[in-house]
Design a protein around this ligand. Sequence first.
Ligand SMILES: [Fe+2]
Ligand SMILES: [Fe+2]
Length: 476
Amino acid sequence: MADAQNDNRGEARQSFFAKQQLIESARSAFQQLSAVLKNATLYPGAHPFVLSSAEKLLNKIEELLATRKEVAFYIVGGELFFETHSVPIDQSLSLFIEQFTSRDVGGIIFKPGLTQQELIQFAALMNKDPAVLTAEGTIDEIIAKERIAHIALHRAILVDKKIGGEIKVEEKRAAAVFKDAIDAVKEMVHAVHMDKSASLRKMNTVVQAMVDNVLDNRDALMGLTSIKMYDEYTFAHSVNTSILAVSLGTYLSFEKRQIAALGVAGLMHDIGKVHVPHQIINKPGKLTDEEWEQVKRHPIEGALLLSDIPSVSKLAMVAAFEHHQHGAQAYPQVDGMVRQHPFSQIVSLADAYEALTAARVYYSVQMPPDHAIRILIKKRGSAFEPTLVKAFVNMIGIFPIGTLLKLDTGEMGLVMHQTRDLLRPRVLLLTKFDGSEKESGQEVSLLETASGTYKRTAVGTINPNAAKIDVKKYLS
Ligand SMILES: [Fe+2]
Ligand SMILES: [Fe+2]
């Protein structure tokens, strides 16, 4: 068992390094492409500099072609992708990226049989004034005319639209999964109240759908966690904690079975609260000592409840018992030092973040996500495992999906996806706030540049409730 786990971990590590290596080769090929284009503006096509840089590029592309049918780069919102991997680029390449965007090129595909001459012809074409190009026809028509057979281009708009369409479908599915999860938690709580033996079958189905959904498109489901529901807070809190825990599990490359256990643990971590009187759970003011003692029993009650249900993963029980076992105010009190199980640590972190950002009955003002993240970062090492906090922040970004940003252009942007830069997500630009602009709303990346400088930068966050903006309309 331990050996199998070590093997799996070894494999995961190996595939991680292989992926990093692939991204590095792709980055270097793209960098070389920019060198060829630059040389082609400075020297005639037959100049040795142009020839040798094209030769180098050809070698790099051929290396990549050895293991795949074609070498495809895509540019979406100022960001470079190799196949589906985001490729980090420095700012020196941003002008080069703009050169593509201004010619409506959203992707470039190299095919086997590519020649040095084709690369040089292509470079000359890309260096032409975009206006002249437009007059001669679309860039793919010109490529066909010039018989550059082993290079194909994607139109920028098509690429963006396609990706946008896919995201929409995923989000619809995510919304259904979210709703099912709320229902499942409700049913569970109801069963416990009525003292019926609760069936975990539905719970397991819901968690499975959640895991699949997160594996397909983590962003869609995570976006829903930013929507805070006043009326159904307790249920939504459990579902959100579960989604965040599952997302972190996938981010850390856990096995699917472990991720599912994390999902159940997240959904069930506060189940013990059904034994705490409703008035105490929802009390807006400060709790009396006696009330607080009652609240502090919920991890014990939860673990007891879950231990009664045969098919529930033991890890969910452990997580329910240990999820407040961190920081200075750890409870329930146990003898000796308690080291939380890694699953409990993940659930604790997801729980703490969710509780901080939630618009709970006790707080009149919801804490902006970036503040919550700063609090988690501050608590790393004391309450939370530093490596876990780091992974969590890398996963959700400084401005998580669903955050409303104030931009330096005076615009407002709703975070839709993370990019490789934690401070520069993709946002939906909002101008009117009645929801009618959803269809035409423009999604842009804060990585986009113009003349080498960023087009838009986030300067702060906006509380959607105070600004009377219904974020839910845009995310689901
Ligand atoms: Fe709790
Ligand atoms: Fe909780």
